[in-house]
Design a protein. Structure first.
Length: 141
């Protein structure tokens, strides 16, 4: 069983929610790439993550929508290095960062209006542009 991923003091991904599978990676590595399984696939059961509020769980599902498999589990892959242990750490860090991103509540958008100076500047730019285009017209004979 894998070790738990601690995201914050109250949120953690338990070890029993993680499934690790190593496969052969693509890319450079010479003959080593044909022999050694260094690519890591880490599957996470999102339903058993401890300490997530309902809103954070919904944000996590939204953030990981493209990475969910048919069973609804998050699938993270890493083949950044030629070392299986480092790829596993990289995949665990990706999971930790994704859950941490779901914990941050998005700021609500407050509607704003352009200032009077900005409006004036915009109208001046429009007048300037119109004058430029008028200057390109054929002179009337």
């Amino acid at each position: 069983m894998a070790a738990a991923i601690v995201v914050s003091e109250s949120v953690r991904v338990p070890g029993h929610a993680l499934r690790v599978r190593a496969t052969r990676a693509s890319g450079p590595g010479g003959q080593n790439v044909n022999k050694v399984a260094t690519k890591v696939e880490l599957r996470v059961d999102l339903g058993v993550i401890e300490g997530l509020s309902d809103a954070a769980r919904a944000r996590l599902h939204g953030l990981s929508r493209g990475r969910l498999d048919a069973d609804g589990q998050l699938m993270i892959t890493s083949q950044a290095t030629r070392n299986q242990a480092r790829n596993l750490e990289d995949a665990r860090e990706k999971v930790r960062a994704l859950v941490a991103a779901a914990l941050r509540e998005p700021r609500s958008r407050r509607p704003s209006r352009p200032s009077a100076g900005a409006r004036e500047q915009r109208l001046e730019a429009k007048k300037h542009r119109a004058a430029l285009k008028r200057g390109r017209a054929r002179p009337e004979a």
